[in-house]
Design a protein around this ligand. Structure first.
Ligand code: PLP
Length: 383
């Protein structure tokens, strides 16, 4: 781990070369499989990160007025924005339509009525697609699974068919997003088959011109250094299994986590070691307020320390706030820790800073954007 001479408190550290390589791998796969990308900005909205993503020609997936407004200020064109969101307010819909954003993903028949009447009165160019809840199960944490019928997202296939029957020319197509952190690619093959079945049963004569299959590609939280780039090629290949170009020309996708998770780390410092003999627990100066995933859904992140020692022991690593759930979990194998050691929490680039809390009035922490050592190493090798 790279350590700064003076530690000024916790920070997020981003490896910008890794981000570049990740974007490059993703855009190459998208080109090969004729997919168009819209970055899910909820995963990370830090400007140096989103700027690199935007500059590679990737559009943006927003879920609130705030995200659309931010995306426009960041320089995305209105046509490069898609707008999802399970509970859009009239104000948000109005804002999206007035700005003629590319596509709005409608979640239920009541919302369709609102969108359609506002769209007509504003003479907006925004297209409307329907988000379908296909009732499929995927292997991920229940709290980041979204495509089963007990989940709040989307409308049923029958509701979508009824809307398409009544308003065939006003609906450009369909949107799906069945969950996040999906690492078993066979679930994307299953999704492809399910979507194919739905498309084949749409009202006769309906021309589907837009198909968005959301995000959801998982990353390797266990071995982030060995597996630093997600399997974009495998993801898109799996989605194309039953949806080849002969069935649908372009597939729209909304990757979030897979683009930004691995380039980000959270760096903090050991403040105290408690219960050294029974259950050694290192209390850090960072925790759930900077990375809420472990507290929210028991997510496990790899934790390393800035020292190399052959003998390691198991630690519980916890944050400083007044919650027992403020912990990165038990059983982290680390060299003997002491006050002042620097700790790295890996894979913190997605749903880290964008989900930060000011609980306990914790101050927000800075970010450092580093051009990684890989580049330096390659340069040295060439020289
Ligand atoms: C509609 C939609 N699209 C895309 C994403 C991004 O998912 P991921 O970060 O898993 O790629 C999400 C995440 O919640 C989502 O709700």
């Amino acid at each position: 781990m790279e350590s700064r001479t003076i530690y000024n408190g916790p920070y997020y550290r981003y490896d910008m070369n890794l981000l570049d390589r990740t974007i490059e791998t993703c855009t190459s796969a998208a080109q090969k499989h004729n997919c168009r990308l819209f970055y899910a900005i909820k995963a990370n909205n830090e400007s140096p990160i989103t700027t690199r993503i935007r500059k590679q020609g990737i559009g943006v997936d927003c879920v609130t007025h705030g995200e659309i407004n931010y995306a426009l200020r960041q320089g995305w064109n209105t046509s490069e924005i898609v707008f999802a969101g399970s509970g859009k307010t009239i104000r948000e819909i109005d804002y999206a339509l007035r700005n003629n954003i590319g596509v709005i993903h409608c979640e239920c028949p009541e919302e369709f009525e609102i969108i359609q009447s506002l769209k007509t009165s504003l003479e907006s160019d925004t297209s409307i697609a329907l988000r379908i809840n296909p009732d499929v199960k995927v292997d991920t944490h229940e709290k980041i699974s979204t495509g089963e019928k007990h989940h709040k997202f989307g409308m049923s296939v029958n509701e979508a068919k009824a809307l398409i029957t009544n308003f065939p020319t006003e609906i450009v197509g369909l949107h799906f997003h069945v969950g996040s952190q999906i690492t078993d690619l066979s679930y994307f093959e299953d999704l492809s088959l399910t979507v194919r079945g739905i498309i084949e049963k749409l009202p006769t004569g309906y021309e589907l011109s837009y198909l968005n299959l959301g995000g959801g590609l998982g990353i390797d939280y266990t071995n982030p250094l060995r597996n630093s780039i997600a399997d974009f090629e495998g993801w898109m290949r799996a989605l194309r299994t039953y949806l080849p170009e002969s069935v649908i020309d372009t597939i729209f996708l909304e990757p979030g986590r897979s683009i930004v998770a691995q380039c980000g780390q959270l760096v903090g410092e050991v403040q105290y070691i408690k219960h050294r003999k029974t259950n050694p627990t290192a209390i850090l100066d960072v925790g759930m307020t900077e990375l809420m995933r472990p507290a929210l859904y028991e997510a496990r992140h790899k934790v390393t320390a800035n020292k190399d020692e052959l003998i390691e022991q198991r630690y519980t690593i916890s944050g400083p706030t007044c919650e027992s759930s403020d912990t990165f979990g038990a059983g982290h194998s680390l060299p003997e820790l002491e006050r002042g050691d620097l700790i790295t929490i890996h894979s913190a680039g997605a749903y880290g800073s964008s989900m930060r809390l000011n609980y306990n009035l914790r101050e927000s922490i800075p970010s450092e954007y580093i051009e990684s050592q890989v580049k330096t190493y390659l340069k040295r090798k060439v020289a």
